[in-house]
Ligand binder design. Sequence first.
Ligand code: HMG
Length: 387
Amino acid sequence: MKLGIEDISLATTSLVLDLDEVAAAQGADPDKFRIGIGQDSMSIPAPDEDVVTLGAQAAQRVLHGQDLSAIRTVLFATESGVDQSKSAGVYMHRLLGLNPNARVIEFKQACYSGTGALQLALALVARNPEQKVLVVAADIARYDAGSSGEPTQGAAAVAMLISATPDVLAIEPVSGLYTQDIMDFWRPNYRSTAIVDGRYSIKAYLDSVKQSWRDYRAQGGHELSEFDHFCYHQPFTRQAVKGHATLAREGGVDAETRDAQLEHTLDYNRVLGNSYTASLYVGLLSLLDSSPDDLTGHRIGFFSYGSGAVGELFAGVVQPGYRTRSHRTEHRAAIDGRTPIDYARYFELHERPDDVDGGDHPRERGTTGPFRFAGVRDHGRVYEPTS
Ligand code: HMG
C-alpha cells in the first residue's frame, strides 16, 4: 500500500519587503543578502494575518472537492503559536467547516514539527487507510530589527492532505533521525523574536545533515546517486546549498549530480524567506511548480531540521497524478500579488505591541486573503472570512 501526499498547497502573506531595503537600513552590501545568503525578499504579515489565517488559506485549496467526513485528524505544526493552550488548528477547523468528529492538535519542535506531523499522519493512515489527515505547517519568522537574522525573516503556510491515495508523492518508510539538546536558536516565552547563535546554528544544521544521513543509510535507505532531487529546510537558500555540499561529500556524488539534485527547489524560498515549519515543503512545491520536466517516478530526498535540535532525512517518489493536483497558478498569483512595502512601514509593523484584549484590526491595509484575524474580544481571538 502506498501512503503519502494526496494534495499540497501554499499560502503567504499580503505584504513583501525587498532585501535591498534591509541592506540600506543596515548599511550592508545588498550582495551579502542576494548572493551571500541567497535571499531576494521576505513575506511580511499584515496586522490581521497570522498562522491561523495563513494555514486556513493554504488548507482551503487542498480541501476543495474532498469528502470532509474522511478527515478525522488535523495536525497543525507551528512555532508561531497564537495561544499557550488552545491549538491554532482548532480556530482553523471552524473557519474551514471541518468535521466536528475529528481530533485537532498543535505540534512544536522548531522548524522540524511539520515533518513530525507528517510522519505521525502517515502512521494514522496506515492504521486506517479509509481516513485522511490534514497536516498544516505555518510560521512567521521573526528576529530583532537590525540583527544579523533580520534578512532571514519570512512567512508561509503549507497544507498537505495525507492519505492512502497519494496522487502527488508516495513517502517511503525509511527515515534517518538525529536529536541533540543544544542552544542554537530558541524563543523564550517572554519574547516575540528568536534568539540565535547564527554561526553555531549553521554548524549544527550541517552536523545534523551528516548524522541523519548516516542513520538513513544504516536503516537501509538508498544511495545518494539514486535521488533525482533533494529538498532542504531553508532558513535561507544558501543553507540548502551548504547542506547539499555536505551530503554530496558523504554520499560521494560528483558536482554535476549535486547541482542537478537541488535545481528548482530554492526558487520560492528565495522570495518568501524562512517559513520555519513550512519551509521544507515550500521547497517541494518550488520543484513541482517550476520544473519543466515530467517528474513522475522521480525520487526526492528531504532533509528537515528544527533547531534545538531534531533532524530527519527521508524520501518520496513523485506519482503519475501530481500534475492534476497542481496549484501552480494560485501559488504564483499569491507570490506575485504581494504588496511591496518600504523599510519604514515594515519597521512600524515589526515593532507594534502584542495584541491585547479589546484590540481590533481595521480591514483597511489588511489581508487580501480569504480569512482575517479581527482582534481580541473577552481575551479570545476572533477570526472571520473576509467576504
Ligand atoms: P552574518 O553573520 O551577518 O553574515 O549573518 P556573514 O558575515 O556570515 O555573511 C553571510 C554570507 O554572506 C557569508 O558566506 C559571507 O561570505 C557572504 P559564507 O561564508 O557563509 O559562505 N557575504 C557576501 N557575499 C557576497 N557579497 C558580499 C558579501 N558579504 C558577505 N558583499 C547568519 C548570517 C546566517 C548568521 C544570520 O543571517 C543569522 O543569524 N540567521 C538566522 C539563523 C539561521 O538562519 N541559521 C541557519 C541554520 S539553523 C536553522 O535552519 C533553523 C531555523 O530555521 C530555526 C528553526 O529551526 O526554527 C533558523
